[in-house]
Design a protein around this ligand. Sequence first.
Ligand code: APR
Length: 243
Amino acid sequence: MINKVQRLIKKSTNVVIFTGAGMSRESGIRTFRGEEGLWKQYKPEQLSSITGLQAQPELVWDWYKKRLITGEGVIPHRGYDALTHLQKLKGSLPVITQNVDGLHRLSGQTDVLELHGSMRTASCLVKCGFSTELTTDLLGSMPPHCPWCGNILRPDIVLFGEPLPAEVISRSYELADNCDLMLVIGTSVQVWPAAGIPFAALDNGATVIEINPAGTELPCNENVISVRRKAGEILPLLVGLKE
Ligand code: APR
């Protein structure tokens, strides 16, 4: 199986990467679903929605502060290095991610499409135009307020109930419609419209290599190769990244 996947990656000319929270698990960032998932402990509609932020800004910002602190100083694991290595080998390797942790960019990958935004910045909830880098020192007083209009700030991630950035989602589907191989790494493929991207690749006749220790919503057919391994363990092997 490994040799077959290595050969596929090597010979494919239009490879696209699609990742979810599991891609960052070996860097110490929790996933949302599964045994130790964040949604087992917290309610997404309360903490990751516009209505939740408006109703309980302190609670929501306290949660994001915890995630920000967890994310500070996080080092992208060898699986990220493997994708950076593959991007150099291929010359072009678009990376579509559902993650907001910024680890793809931090590990040197370019052409990264962040479907759900990123925790790098925060902006004014009522869109007065203020925006700033999101660091823990911005969160001295909670919840953080806009210095221009006094309303609360929001992290620049896509909250439940909000549309995904139009240009990012349309380019992501365009990439899926035209790739010959998609590596789907660390995602339960459950949250639409992002979850439709691997299916769009399959619909165009591409092969999908799924890297995930657990099963997902992807179909079991001849175009899906499931590698039931952890991203950090197997990606360096699959792309030939030497120790
Ligand atoms: N390597 C690869 N996959 C892993 C690893 C690992 N080391 N550890 C866990 N996984 C897999 C899990 O088996 C699971 O299928 O990662 C997947 C994570 O799934 P989710 O927690 O559902 O995360 P994701 O698919 O990214 O969720 C999509 O849901 O809550 C929203 O906005 C949030 O972007 C997120 C979206």
